[in-house]
Ligand binder design. Structure first.
Ligand SMILES: NC(=O)c1ccc[n+]([C@@H]2O[C@H](COP(=O)([O-])OP(=O)(O)OC[C@H]3O[C@@H](n4cnc5c(N)ncnc54)[C@H](O)[C@@H]3O)[C@@H](O)[C@H]2O)c1
Length: 379
């Protein structure tokens, strides 16, 4: 069996923890066709690198990602740094022929995303982006019902991604707050997940119109006018946008980190000609489903509990409560399987670059107060 050696860059943070668990679980919960070695954890600071490598069970540590990319024995570069440094590391790794997994958003900047997509398209390495939620068994089930016609044609998608970290005055990581520190704002950070899900389930977005708000953490003023926000480099803390999809469906999206009580709630409803589905990540083992074809005296929503009959559900019986770590493992399993089968990873750098284009369109629309067409957005 193939052995794949992984190096994780930025492994001492939040995603370093989630991916370390994911890499450990991936070959246990499914046959990926390869064995995995958690070979090297990289952090810029030596103490942080050593401590994290030991706690998260990596064989070795380094403070220099360039030296790790140059090593012949490393097969996979897993990038979990803040998005501002994704491009530099990913492009170097792809040029060296490594397989590259990079966390979302692919970058903070459309120009960098375009360069990353071009690098992926000419590399011998397989590449994939960490939009983890699309891999959850519940999403595989919804996607299947869309592909096999059970749900019919998508009509309207309404998604929220809400957290309370801003309301509680918590800064999750220093880089998130300001553009200069490498942050991507709430639209890039959590909004990108619901854009990815919309693209995966409903199809490509054609155009958007948006409103965004930013609260100045220093002054504690709610919400900053656009010109002050841009001048102060404050990113968006709240965003609302409407979208038209290429296939005629329509959508609305909301994200904020000022939602008291919402710890990490990703929620959507999708109405289609054949039925409706509702999903809430806080109940990730459940899908609410209503079908137009249900008997007239049984119309309404049923709650389906995911179980061993659903693809990508990894326990021998339902109701076991699969969640974030299962999802981390699922996306890495699919990435490894793509490497073994010499297939493209999904979502690809091209998919994530299109998501980045939608993020740029949301920003442009909030500034111009106009509808923005995604294909017309340039870097
Ligand atoms: N998919 C998800 O559910 C999800 C959730 C949270 C974060 N993310 C994404 O994961 C990425 C990291 O976010 P996080 O919350 O883990 O951030 P974090 O700040 O907790 O961790 C980032 C780590 O990268 C390290 N780092 C920064 N620059 C480095 C460099 N040049 N070389 C080596 N190490 C470096 C930092 O020291 C830090 O330990 C971001 O792209 C973020 O958007 C994804």
């Amino acid at each position: 069996m193939t052995e794949l050696k992984v190096a994780i860059i930025g492994g001492g943070g939040f995603m370093g923890y989630a991916h370390s668990l994911g890499w450990a679980l991936a070959p246990i919960t499914a046959d990926t066709g390869a064995t995995i070695r958690k070979a090297v954890l990289v952090e810029a600071d030596e103490d942080r690198a050593k401590t994290a490598a030991q706690r998260l069970n990596w064989e070795d540590w380094s403070t220099d990602w360039r030296e790790v990319i140059a090593r012949d024995d490393i097969d996979i570069i897993d990038i979990v740094t803040p998005p501002a440094v994704h491009a530099e590391i990913a492009i170097a790794a792809l040029a060296a022929g490594k397989h590259v997994f990079v966390e979302k958003p692919i970058s903070n900047d459309l120009a960098e995303a375009d360069l990353m997509q071009a690098a992926a398209e000419t590399s011998t390495g397989v590449s994939q982006v960490g939009f983890n939620y699309r891999h959850a068994a519940a999403m595989t089930f919804v996607k299947r019902m869309l592909d096999d016609g059970t749900l019919g044609h998508p009509l309207q998608f309404r998604a929220h991604y809400t957290q309370d970290v801003g309301a509680l005055g918590r800064v999750l990581s220093g880089w998130r707050a300001k553009k200069g520190a490498g942050g991507s704002g709430v639209t890039g950070d959590i909004g990108s997940h619901i854009i990815d899900l919309a693209s995966y389930l409903v199809g490509d977005i054609d155009s958007v119109t948006a409103i965004i708000g930013a609260k100045d953490p220093a002054e504690n003023t709610a919400w900053l006018p656009d010109d002050e926000r841009l001048q102060g480099e404050y990113l968006d803390d709240a965003a609302l946008w409407m979208a038209k999809f290429n296939n005629g469906a329509i959508g609305s999206f909301a994200c904020t980190v000022y939602a008291s009580g919402r710890k990490n709630r990703m929620f959507f409803e999708l109405e289609c000609t054949g039925g409706t589905v509702e999903f809430d990540w806080n109940h990730s083992d459940h899908i609410k489903l209503s079908l137009v074809s249900d008997n007239p005296d049984q119309q309404g929503f049923r709650t389906i509990t995911l179980n061993e009959n659903h693809e990508d559900y990894r326990y021998p019986l339902g109701g076991m409560g699969s969640g974030y770590v299962d999802d981390a493992a699922l996306q890495l399993q699919k990435f490894v399987r793509a490497i073994v089968d010499k297939q493209a990873g999904s979502p690809s750098f091209a998919d994530a670059t299109r998501t980045q284009r939608v993020i740029s369109a949301v920003m442009q629309s909030a500034d111009s107060h106009q509808w923005v067409t995604i294909d017309e957005v340039t870097a």
